[in-house]
Design a protein around this ligand. Structure first.
Ligand SMILES: *[C@@H]1O[C@H](CO)[C@@H](O)[C@H](O)[C@H]1NC(C)=O
Ligand SMILES: *[C@@H]1O[C@H](CO)[C@@H](O)[C@H](O)[C@H]1NC(C)=O
Ligand SMILES: *[C@@H]1O[C@H](CO)[C@@H](O)[C@H](O)[C@H]1NC(C)=O
Ligand SMILES: *[C@@H]1O[C@H](CO)[C@@H](O)[C@H](O)[C@H]1NC(C)=O
Ligand SMILES: *[C@@H]1O[C@H](CO)[C@@H](O)[C@H](O)[C@H]1NC(C)=O
Length: 522
């Protein structure tokens, strides 16, 4: 997508419009309209909009944060909790004794492309961007997915062990992309975060010499069988990766059994892939990966299976988790969001949770602009913000404990991506102007990531009648309540929230809006 720079006059008009649309405040969105249904917020080395760190008012009052297609971006306000109902058409009642899963966190992926884009900015602008994601004045990301070696969002194809026949991984070595770009950025992100980041590793392909097709791309899997030398070496490759990152004081919370195993199993995939059937994944975990991790310095690193679309559930989970030899090494099931509309959450996520409640569900990849019908970057698309919020709420309401976006930052073409699989990102950099644009999807993530701290527990919400509003409620570790409401429709006019512990909150969810309400209960 080609973007022309606006003239100074146009730019001035955009700034005036921004002031009209948005609330006043020390740190409001510098809105820019690129001709889609809403705006982006522009940030540079000295300025970026932020609501700051959030402290809730005392019991008896509530805080609300609103983002909307009309241009609000985490617009903060406060109000009194009422003792009486306002008689609104719809009441959402918080049901604290209905308790569900606890949140792990939200975040994005430090791909080669993300690192290249972030580092293409000046030092000051890089700092702003990292603060936006990882600091507590930003949106409090706590999860970062780290691809192991190259994927499509790289500028070249490589693994960490490209020497043919190197079964002992003698020549295993991190790439320049890790050492010069991803690792320094992860260290900076960690320094900005008030909590230890939950790092998550996923590999796209094994080295060519371990594979049936002798290539990083296309349809191919590990040579031999689980328990054999390729499968053992591939497990050791994960341990070596953890060792190398540990040298930089970066320790991983979890690893997945590999990105999108069906890609390399069923299709002649155009980018890096490694095929596994669920049976082969089960046996590889039981015979190779599980024992290798258990015997390593990282026996507490979590193992997440699947790392592929949720429509593969519950079948994939049944094959892998029914096996006690594999199941004892596994902690969770990782899902991607592509094609989520094809299969209801209840029959994929819900059924899997009810069959295996001891394993958690975790979202490891999502992006917009991936579909052939709606490709690449769309600066200012509110429609895509709604897609994110809809999917996150649906996942949270079906036992998912965290949600990880794809590339943390892309350029204006939606890359770099060596196979031109361009997509969108919540942060788009414009290197020429040394600015970055925070897309509406950035704020979708924020409505969850900034408020749902690790350990927040989902609780019940009951609606007094039919509604097309989408919502999910949580009690945080300090006892405060967070309710997130998405309005994609035109179903009712006003609603109120009733928390029996504190009273009634009269509210409204404007057209095409996302609202986070939060209040203390003591
Ligand atoms: C950054 O953006 C702010 C707000 O638009 C502007 O006042 C400032 O001049 C910009 N700074 C630079 C270095 O461009
Ligand atoms: C590793 O690389 C060195 C040269 O850097 C080479 O001498 C050695 O044979 C390689 N090891 C294997 C197993 O290929
Ligand atoms: C390693 O990282 C942790 C946070 O994850 C930090 O507390 C510690 O100081 C770091 N150690 C070194 C040597 O940098
Ligand atoms: C797989 O796709 C590549 C191009 O991406 C093509 O060159 C190759 O011939 C294809 N192989 C098969 C078996 O279709
Ligand atoms: C949701 O938005 C519609 C307009 O699309 C509006 O009529 C309705 O009142 C809103 N719902 C709530 C609960 O505020």
């Amino acid at each position: 997508m080609a973007l022309s720079l606006p003239s100074p006059v146009l730019l001035a008009l955009v700034f005036i419009a921004a002031e009209v649309i948005l609330t006043t405040g020390s740190s409001q969105c510098v809105a820019r309209n690129f001709g889609h249904d809403s705006v982006v917020c522009e940030c540079n080395s000295t300025y970026c909009d932020s609501v700051g760190s959030v402290t809730l008012p005392p019991r008896g009052q509530y805080s609300s944060y609103l983002s909307s297609r009309a241009g609000s971006r985490l617009e903060a306000s406060q109000g009194q909790i009422q003792v009486k109902s306002s008689g609104a058409d719809l009441r959402l009642t918080i049901v604290p004794y209905q308790k569900y899963q606890k949140i792990r966190g939200f975040g994005g992926a430090m791909t080669d492309a993300a690192a290249i884009n972030i580092l293409s900015l000046s030092a000051g602008t890089q700092e702003q961007l990292l603060r936006q994601y990882f600091s507590s004045e930003g949106i409090g990301y706590s999860v970062v997915r780290v691809p192991m070696a190259s994927c499509d969002f790289s500028t070249r194809l490589y693994t960490y062990a490209d020497t043919p026949g190197d079964y002992d991984l003698e020549n295993f070595t991190l790439a320049a992309e890790d050492i010069n770009m991803k690792i320094p950025l992860l260290q900076r992100a960690q320094a900005l975060s008030h909590q230890p980041l939950s790092l998550l590793a996923s590999a796209w392909s094994a080295p060519t010499w371990m594979k049936t097709n002798g290539a990083l791309t296309g349809k191919g899997s590990l040579k031999g069988l689980p328990g054999g030398k390729e499968h053992k070496t591939w497990a050791q490759y994960y341990i070596r990766f953890l060792d190398e990152y540990a040298k930089y004081n970066l320790t991983f919370w979890a690893l997945t059994t590999g990105n999108e195993p069906t890609a390399g199993e069923m299709t002649n995939y155009s980018f890096q892939a490694l095929g596994f059937t669920p049976e082969e994944q089960r046996d590889w975990v039981a015979l190779d990966l599980g024992p290798a991790l258990h015997a390593s310095s990282y026996p507490h690193t979590h193992v997440l299976i699947l790392d592929d679309n949720r429509l593969l559930l519950p079948h994939w989970a049944k094959v892998v988790l029914n096996d006690v030899h594999a199941g004892r090494y596994i902690h969770g099931v990782a899902v991607h969001w592509y094609m989520d509309h094809l299969v209801p959450a209840e029959i994929s996520l819900g059924v899997t949770h009810h069959l295996y409640p001891e394993y958690y569900l975790f979202g490891t990849e999502a992006c917009s602009g991936w579909s052939p019908f709606d490709r690449g970057v769309k600066l200012g698309s509110w429609d895509r913000a709604e897609q994110y919020a809809h999917d996150i709420i649906e996942d949270l309401n079906h036992y998912v404990v965290g949600w990880t976006d794809w590339n943390l930052a892309l350029d204006q073409t939606g890359g770099p991506n060596w196979v031109k699989n361009f997509v969108d990102s919540p942060v788009i950099v414009d290197t020429k102007r040394d600015v970055f644009y925070k897309q509406p999807t950035f704020y979708s993530m924020a409505h969850f990531s900034k408020f749902l701290w690790e350990g927040s527990q989902r609780v019940g919400v009951s609606a007094s009648g039919q509604t097309e509003l989408e919502f999910s409620a949580f009690i945080r570790p300090d006892g405060s309540v967070v309710l997130i409401v998405l309005n994609r429709s035109a179903s009712v006019h006003k609603f109120e929230v009733w928390d029996p512990a504190v009273g009634y909150i009269p509210s409204a969810a404007p057209a095409h809006s996302l609202l986070t309400l939060a209040w203390n209960t003591h």
